[in-house]
Design a protein around this ligand. Structure first.
Ligand SMILES: [Zn+2]
Length: 233
């Protein structure tokens, strides 16, 4: 790929799904038999913290049994080899990009593997449960919550993401439906900035029309093919 120096990759549920991580579907409004507003909003947490903490304890435990797939591995290979700028912006709250070896990863929706202390605002690496209200490693307060961005909360590091898109020559969206803002708007911002745009998704998405090119298929096949093109060209 000639002329490409700076790349922004956006990844979503589709890339984790191929590692066996099911994610919430906005259409059904249910996530593992729970209503989204009960387990993924600040109001739900205020109403029933035990339900929410137990739900995330289960998710946190489950993702640690899953493994990166060839799509994660290909992006890690790109990260290691790419001399230009690269930012892998993920909407996923698992750590499969990192476990595949990628380093330039930004978790815009937070991560299951952090605890966020609402008393001192410190984020700490966290792999165990929170249901028994363990103390914050930093201040000792029993005020930890999952470091996951809920509906109604602001995604993380939007300035850094927009900055990277402004500098980019290529924006690639992988395994994301184009349904959830603000991520769904990145492609339009990229287009306005004359950044080339490519979609890799299982099926045509709600946002497909915005991309210069859209390829359909499983991420575990499309992403390694695309990374080979980029690194070979
Ligand atoms: Zn604290």
């Amino acid at each position: 790929m000639t002329g490409i120096r700076n790349i922004v990759v956006l990844t979503g549920a589709g890339i984790s799904a191929e590692s066996g991580i099911d994610t919430f579907r906005s259409e059904g409004g249910l996530w593992e038999q729970h209503r989204v507003e009960d387990v993924a909003t600040p109001e739900g947490f205020a109403r029933d913290p035990d339900l929410v903490l137990r739900f995330y304890d289960m998710r946190r435990e489950a993702i640690q049994t899953k493994l990166p797939n060839p799509a994660h591995q290909a992006l890690a290979r790109l990260d290691a080899a790419w001399k230009g700028e690269l930012l892998i912006v993920t909407q996923n709250v698992d750590d499969l990009h990192e476990r595949a070896g990628a380093r330039r990863v930004l978790h815009m929706h937070g991560t299951h593997l952090n605890a966020w202390c609402t008393a001192c605002d410190t984020r700490s690496p966290w792999t165990g449960p929170m249901i028994d209200r363990p103390p914050c490693p930093s201040c000792g307060a029993r005020a930890l919550r999952p470091d996951v961005v809920w509906f109604g909360e602001m995604p993380y590091e939007m300035d850094r993401i927009y900055g990277a898109i402004r500098q980019a020559d290529l924006f690639v969206s992988i395994g994301t439906s184009g349904a959830v803002y603000p991520a769904a708007g990145f492609v339009r911002d990229a287009r306005e900035l004359r950044v080339r745009t490519l979609e890799l998704n299982l099926e045509r998405s709600q946002g497909s029309q915005w991309f210069h090119e859209s390829r359909q298929g499983p991420a575990s096949r499309l992403v390694p093919e695309w990374v080979n093109e980029v690194l070979g060209g």
